[in-house]
Write a protein that binds this ligand. Structure first.
Ligand code: ARG
Length: 458
């Protein structure tokens, strides 16, 4: 169906039609388009803008179309411009003149703004569920590995002792903020622009609130120009998803490092790894690498959206049709990444012995040694310097602070005594880091338990 009959004397050039049409990618909003139309038609009937009879016919017709699309009986064609045109054309084919009344007091401009809000609103729920699943897996693992000592890193150099559960919980906190951001974004997008019409509202006595209520939306947009022109909810979601991907990508990078022969901290399950076509020994972390790689797509989608929106005057411009492929790709990509990443994490095996071994080398208890000297009355700077000298001596002798004899300690600082060996015991170093948010096993267990409660409240 072509919408702009009357004014035009020629059919659209087929190449132009192909270029112009969005049905190939906006057909995925068929459900939202139909639900929006049902709400609009009901309201038109209630406000006596069309007859109750026509309203009913439209609603029944639309329900039939929805059922037929879902069962596969009705397929999208190769020529309709977009989902709105397709649905209205099909409706008119089915119910005749009443179908032509559906578009009273509505434009595709407010229609598409509604559809994309409804579509993304539902995707926000899916994304939140998937992130909750990830956090749930992390909470379990954090409990399980709350006593598994490993080195914490800065500059990818061993720095101070932590437990593996603590490292994992850091990613859970990021994901919890992602959940929060997506929920926040959903609140702002979940308002109805219907009634904005093309740009300047309408003279028909619409009940905009009732449409919003029928669609379970929180309210209506306040300015008709803004209602049809605003896509900042799309930008917000794309930005939130870019941040999700930054987090997943960093996590993926660590997984890749941890399962390398150099670290050997974890082993991924065979079901979540791939082999090489030539090297029989290889077991590769492709999923983690793909997650890391796909972050680039989502950032690109975000940038495409920002660029498409930045120079267009109010109100609707066709540039805005470009919002869909970009945001759909971003949503699809994040969902695909999460659907592989979470079970990959859930099934990994942890090599606690190698983590402990890595913690034993690298002088990650040097800060604790300096802190012990502070306890003996030395100013921290002096204690720091003395410990630095001890580390240099250990490197010379190819040993660790734990194995360095006391006379070597005493050569550097007279205040040293046997007590230092207790202070630099790795398990004790971790156990005593009980500060709120710290890596002590007791604190990690508390954090994991609290995380489960927080999850249950979302
Ligand atoms: N397919 C269009 C889009 O996605 C629908 C709105 C068309 N409106 C118009 N005035 N051409 O933006």
């Amino acid at each position: 169906m072509k919408l702009w009959t009357g004014r035009f004397k020629k059919e659209l050039d087929p190449r132009t039609n192909d270029f112009n049409r969005s049905l190939p990618f906006d057909s995925r909003m068929y459900r939202q388009d139909i639900m929006g139309s049902i709400a609009h038609a009901e309201m038109l009937g209630e406000c006596e803008i069309i007859t109750k009879e026509d309203s009913l016919k439209i609603v029944e017709g639309l329900k039939g179309i929805l059922a037929d699309i879902e069962s596969g009986k009705l397929q999208f064609d190769d020529v309709s411009e977009d989902i709105h045109t397709f649905t209205e054309g099909e409706l008119t084919k089915r119910i005749g003149d009443a179908g032509k009344r559906l578009h009273t007091a509505r434009s595709r401009n407010d229609q598409v703004a509604l559809d994309i809000r409804l579509y993304l609103r539902d995707e926000c729920d899916t994304l939140v569920e998937m992130l909750k699943e990830l956090v749930g897996v992390i909470a379990e693992k954090a409990e399980q590995y709350s006593e598994t000592v490993m080195p914490g890193y800065t500059h990818l150099q061993r720095a101070q002792p932590i437990v593996f559960g603590h490292q994992l919980l850091a990613y859970a906190e990021m994901a919890m903020r992602d959940i929060d951001r997506i929920g926040d974004c959903k609140k702002r997008m979940n308002v109805s622009p219907l009634g904005s019409c093309a740009l300047a509202g309408t003279t028909y006595p619409l009940n905009r609130q009732s449409v919003a209520e029928k669609l379970n939306m929180l309210g209506v947009t306040r300015n008709s120009l803004d209602g049809v022109s605003d896509r900042d909810f799309v930008l917000e979601l794309a930005s939130a998803l870019s941040i999700v991907m930054v987090h997943l990508s960093r996590f993926a990078e660590e997984v890749i490092l941890w399962c390398s022969g150099e670290f050997k901290f974890i082993e991924l399950d065979d079901a979540f790894s791939t082999g090489s076509s030539i090297m029989p020994q290889k077991k590769n972390p492709d999923i983690a690498e793909l997650v890391r790689g796909k972050s680039g797509r989502v950032f690109g989608d975000n940038m495409a959206l920002l660029t498409a929106m930045k120079g267009i005057p109010l109100a609707y411009n066709k540039d805005m049709q470009e919002d869909k492929e970009a945001i759909f790709d971003a949503v699809d990509t994040v969902e695909k990444c999460l659907s592989a990443f979470t079970p990959m994490l859930d099934t990994m095996r942890v090599n606690a012995a190698n983590m402990r071994k890595a913690a034993s080398f690298g002088f990650i208890n040097a800060t604790d040694c300096a802190d012990w000297l502070v306890g003996e009355g030395l100013p921290f700077r002096d204690a720091y310097k003395a410990t630095g000298e001890l580390v240099a001596r250990c490197i010379e002798l190819n040993t660790s602070l734990e194995d360095l004899p006391l006379d070597e300690y005493k050569k550097v600082c007279e205040r040293f005594n046997d007590g230092v060996y207790i202070a630099i015991d790795l398990e004790k170093c971790v156990r005593d880091r009980t500060v709120y948010g710290g890596p002590a096993p007791s604190e990690v267990k508390r954090q994991a338990a609290e995380l489960k409660l927080r999850l249950a409240e979302i």
